[in-house]
Structures are given as structure tokens and as C-alpha cells.
Ligand binder design. Structure first.
Ligand SMILES: Cc1cc2nc3c(=O)[nH]c(=O)nc-3n(C[C@H](O)[C@H](O)[C@H](O)COP(=O)(O)OP(=O)(O)OC[C@H]3O[C@@H](n4cnc5c(N)ncnc54)[C@H](O)[C@@H]3O)c2cc1C
Ligand SMILES: NC(=O)c1ccc[n+]([C@@H]2O[C@H](COP(=O)([O-])OP(=O)(O)OC[C@H]3O[C@@H](n4cnc5c(N)ncnc54)[C@H](O)[C@@H]3O)[C@@H](O)[C@H]2O)c1
Length: 477
């Protein structure tokens, strides 16, 4: 057995592994990255997550827009060709693979081993019968889709995000289980490709991590697009004649014909193959015990990405990697900051959320004010037909007119909400006071102008009669 000594070994070449491996390489360290196969390089995001889903959504939106053109006298005809849709998705993945592949990384000086890693001691791993050791090791092994067994459900018509981008037909009746971001994005996309989509969730509303007023706006838009929801419900079984039996909490039963079933019911961690006990890494209920610096009970082993089990997003992995890089290289150690985290659900309209939500604010006993405004108060919302959109902000409860209050969190539901929200995300993460928004001139007509309007409207409410009198006196001098 050969012993290879590294400064850092990273297990997993997804969003969690790539950033830290390349960051440390750039700083001149000897780094090894391991993944199970060459096809897995780029991880879930590139292969079965963010990239193919966003490419699919792009195609579905074009098809949807083409149907809208008939309102203005242009008629489109024909049915989407799934093979052409898949070709588009693959071409976009291949473009990104140009800078996410084994040869590219090796040329850059990164050592890459293809194989399954398992710990053999506190600072070493066994991969393909070889032994590799390092000062520090990062576990970036991701997560996988949770699945449940349903009586009568045939595997050949059951999909998760790991298989859906290989589908070679557009299901006529497509049942989605779970109403989280995965099913919302993919359910709407398939509906726009022509499937009749049914979504079943055992909870009482869609996107349960969002504020109810925000998820309600999306819910109504999706219902308008002919997506059928069964909430507070579960799929009991699939009958021999291909009907899904869906039962709600009141015991009412509905039977729906189905041609395909998608499971978007959350994620699972699986560390079994890693043999964590050999490295003295503690777990509780299948999760790795971590401190606020993403460090395990073995002080030389850290976790990044979905495996850390806090936020499961590609940019959460980036946040983890920034923290790890800082803490490896700087004497000023940082802790994981969860209170300013943003995310976007790429439905149409999109949902963008950042910072603290109302439940967190209450739990933290923070004095806040809740402000809401609709895009009917924004001229771009009117010209571009999204007056139904909504902006929700949580702002420090302070004297508004002073302008020193800070935005603690918020949410937006509107087309392109992910882009519109960027300045709010900056204001929140950098702790910028609301007067900076008031002092900014927003080009007309932009959707982000609503950020200024919501604050201005609230400031005006604080105007006292004596203030108006002083203003009038000054004017008349
Ligand atoms: C449909 C869908 C859409 C999504 N869209 C978005 C989005 O738009 N924006 C966003 O921010 N997030 C999105 N996400 C979430 C995002 O994809 C994940 O949070 C992210 O990819 C996780 O990265 P990771 O590196 O932690 O894990 P992964 O990308 O899963 O990488 C883990 C890697 O570790 C390897 N591995 C595991 N065990 C071993 C071992 N023992 N030895 C060697 N290698 C091993 C695996 O092969 C894998 O390549 C989406 C997820 C889904 C399912
Ligand atoms: N745009 C993005 O950034 C994006 C997109 C997709 C996924 N993601 C990431 O992936 C993660 C996983 O997403 P997800 O949608 O799979 O999970 P989720 O946990 O967010 O939602 C799962 C839903 O399934 C429901 N559910 C669970 N078991 C059920 C059952 N037996 N019957 C009916 N309903 C059931 C739950 O009530 C919940 O509403 C997200 O939390 C997010 O971090 C991000």
C-alpha cells in the first residue's frame, strides 16, 4: 500500500467539494479530490440538479410564452419534442463540463482519484486499495433523494431528480409527490411541456419554508395554469388499472389516472460507506455532529455542502467553502452565519427569500415590523402583467424617519424575483440602513423601485402634524 500525503483531501466533486479543492490549490497547497466516477464530477448541481432543471425550465418557459403569443394574433402549433428538450439540456451541461472535468482539473494541478473513499484512520482514507492521508479532510458527499414505497407503483414509471432528465416521454398524467422546491420547479416545467400535473403533499401548503402569503401567490398562479393540488393528502396506492389513490386527512379518497410519478419528498444523507467511526467522527441520527465552524468531532475533518445538513443549496456549499477557506488560512476564525442566507425557487413567478423569517424573528425575540406591498403599486408590474406579485419585508422596529433601521429579512414573488431581490440581499447581508435605499435613484420603470416605495410609504406614515408644520414654515420663509 502506498501512502500519499496531502495538505487536503476533499471527498466529493460537487458544489461542496470543488470550491474548496480549487481554492486551496490556488493558494499553493497539495490537494486531492476524490469522486466515485468521472460522470459524477460536478455532483448533483451539474448532473441531476440545478443545471438540468434550470435548462428544462428555460425551455418550458419558451413553450409557455409561445402559447401566450396567440393573445396577439400569432398562433403556434405542434407538440414539444422531448428528445430536442433533452438535447438542449445536455448541451448546456456539456458547456459547463468544459471546466468541470477530470482532465481540466488535473491540468490545473489538482490530483483527482476516481473511486469510493472510506476512512481508514483519523487522517487517512482508503481509495481503490490505496491509502491517502492529509492534514485535513473534507467530507462533501452530498445527499440523495428520499424515496418511499407505494403499493402498486412500478419502478419504470417512478422518477426522482436522479432519473427525470433521462425520461424519453412527456407523461400525459404526471403525479408529483411533495410540494417543495423540487416538485414546484419540475412540476410547472412538465405542465408547460404538456403534462397534466397533479401535486400531492401531506402538508397544508406548498413551499412550506416560505411565508404563507408568498407561497399562496405562487399556489394561485400554478392553479391558474391547470396544475391540480391535493394538500393534507398522501398517495395510498396505485391500483392495477393505473389509478393513484390519494387520501386526504379527512379520509376522502380521489382516484387519478397516472402515467408517471415523481418523488420530490426531501433529501437523505448516507455516510455508511465512509466508515466514519474509523476516524472517530461522531454522528447522531445519521447526521454528522458539527460545531459552528463545520468541524466534526475529529478536529481535522470538516464537512461542506448538503452533507453538513443545514441549507441544501449549491450556494450554501459556496458559503461553507468560503468559511472553511477563511478558517484554514486566517488567524481570524469565522462562525457559520445562518441568519442572512438567501435562496430562490425558480418557478414562474420566482420566489426569492433572504434573511430571517417571521417565526425566526419571534423565536429570537427581535423587535420587527412586517411590511407588505403588491406589484400593482409598481408600473413595471403593470406593463409586464405581474401586478399579482408581492414583496414582504421584515425591518427593525425603529423610528422609520431616521432611516437607520435595517432590513432583517424578506421575500419576493414575481417574475425574475431572484434578480430583483439581489440589492435587498446585499442590503441585508451588509447591514445597510434603509436610508440608502431612499437615497438611491431607481431607473424608471424597474421592478426594484418597489423596494423604495415600500419604505417610503412606511416613512410617510410616521410623519407627525408638527413635522408637517415645520416643513410648511421652512417652505414659506
Ligand atoms: C432538482 C434539483 C434542483 C436544484 N436546484 C438548485 C438551484 O437552482 N440552486 C441551488 O443553489 N441548489 C439547487 N439544488 C440543490 C443543489 O443541487 C445541492 O445543494 C448541491 O448540488 C449539493 O452539492 P454537494 O457538493 O453537497 O453534493 P453533491 O453535488 O451531491 O456532490 C457529492 C459528491 O460526492 C460523491 N461521493 C459521495 N460519497 C463518496 C465517497 N464515499 N467517495 C467518493 N465520492 C463520494 C458523489 O459521487 C457526488 O459527486 C437543486 C437540487 C435538486 C435535486
Ligand atoms: N431553486 C433551488 O435552489 C432548489 C431547487 C430544488 C431543490 N433545492 C434544494 O433541494 C432540497 C430538497 O427539496 P425537496 O422539494 O425535495 O424537499 P423539501 O423537503 O423542501 O419538500 C418536500 C415536501 O414533500 C412533502 N412530503 C414528504 N413526504 C411526503 C409524503 N409521503 N407524501 C406527501 N408529501 C410528502 C413534505 O411535506 C414537503 O412539503 C430543498 O430543500 C432545497 O434545499 C433547491
Amino acid at each position: 500500500m502506498i501512502k500519499n500525503k496531502y495538505d487536503l483531501i476533499v471527498i466529493g466533486a460537487g458544489s461542496g467539494g470543488l470550491g474548496i479543492a480549487l481554492g486551496m490549490l490556488e493558494m499553493g497547497f497539495k490537494v486531492l479530490m476524490v469522486d466515485k466516477s468521472e460522470e459524477k464530477i460536478g455532483g448533483e448541481c451539474l448532473n441531476t440538479g440545478c443545471v438540468p432543471s434550470k435548462a428544462l425550465i428555460h425551455v418550458a418557459n419558451i413553450i409557455h410564452q409561445s402559447t401566450k403569443a396567440s393573445d396577439f394574433g400569432i398562433k403556434s402549433s405542434g407538440a414539444p419534442n422531448i428528445h430536442k428538450v433533452k438535447k438542449y439540456i445536455e448541451s448546456k451541461q456539456n458547456t459547463i463540463r468544459r471546466h468541470e472535468n477530470v482532465d481540466y482539473f488535473r491540468e490545473k494541478g489538482l490530483d483527482v482519484v476516481i473511486g469510493t473513499a472510506q476512512f481508514s484512520s483519523k487522517n487517512s482514507l482508503e481509495i481503490n486499495n490505496g491509502e491517502y492521508s492529509a492534514k485535513n479532510i473534507i467530507i462533501a458527499t452530498g445527499s440523495k433523494p428520499r424515496q418511499i414505497e407505494i403499493e402498486g407503483l412500478k419502478p419504470e414509471i417512478t422518477f426522482t431528480n436522479e432519473s427525470i432528465f433521462e425520461i424519453d416521454f412527456i407523461p400525459k398524467n404526471f403525479l408529483f409527490i411533495g410540494a417543495g422546491p423540487v416538485s414546484m420547479e419540475l412540476g410547472q416545467a412538465f405542465s408547460r411541456l404538456g403534462s397534466k400535473v397533479f401535486i400531492v403533499d401531506r402538508g397544508e401548503r406548498i413551499l412550506k419554508k416560505e411565508d404563507p402569503v408568498i407561497s399562496e401567490v405562487l399556489f394561485k398562479k400554478l392553479e391558474e395554469e391547470n396544475i391540480t393540488f391535493y394538500l393534507n393528502a398522501e398517495v395510498e396506492k396505485i391500483t392495477n388499472d393505473g389509478l393513484a389513490e390519494i387520501k386526504n386527512k379527512q379520509g376522502e379518497l380521489v382516484r387519478q389516472p397516472i402515467d408517471a410519478v415523481f418523488m420530490g419528498i426531501g433529501r437523505e444523507l448516507n455516510f455508511e460507506s465512509l466508515q466514519l467511526e474509523k476516524a472517530e467522527i461522531k454522528t447522531v441520527d445519521g447526521k454528522i455532529v458539527l460545531n459552528n465552524k463545520l468541524q466534526t468531532s475529529n478536529k481535522n475533518v470538516f464537512v461542506s455542502g448538503d452533507a453538513a445538513d443545514n441549507f441544501k443549496f449549491s450556494h450554501a456549499a459556496e458559503m461553507h467553502n468560503m468559511l472553511l477557506l477563511n478558517n484554514f488560512l486566517s488567524p481570524f476564525k469565522k462562525k457559520l452565519e445562518k441568519d442572512k442566507f438567501p435562496w430562490v425557487t425558480f418557478t414562474n413567478p420566482e420566489v426569492a427569500t433572504f434573511g430571517l423569517g417571521e417565526i425566526q424573528l419571534i423565536n429570537k425575540s427581535i423587535n420587527y415590523e412586517r411590511l407588505e406591498i403588491d406589484f400593482s403599486e409598481n408600473d413595471r408590474g403593470t406593463t409586464d402583467d405581474f401586478e399579482y406579485g408581492k414583496l414582504l419585508l421584515f425591518i427593525e422596529k425603529k423610528m422609520f424617519l431616521a432611516g437607520s433601521a435595517k432590513i432583517l429579512g424578506g421575500s419576493l414573488v414575481a417574475p425574475n424575483a431572484g434578480e430583483i431581490a439581489q440589492e435587498l440581499i446585499l442590503v441585508n447581508s451588509a447591514g445597510i440602513a434603509i436610508k440608502k435605499i431612499m437615497n438611491k435613484t431607481y431607473p424608471y420603470p424597474t421592478a426594484a423601485d418597489l423596494h423604495k416605495k415600500i419604505i417610503r410609504d412606511r416613512m410617510v406614515k410616521d410623519l407627525k402634524p408638527w413635522m408637517k408644520k415645520v416643513a410648511q414654515m421652512l417652505y414659506n420663509i
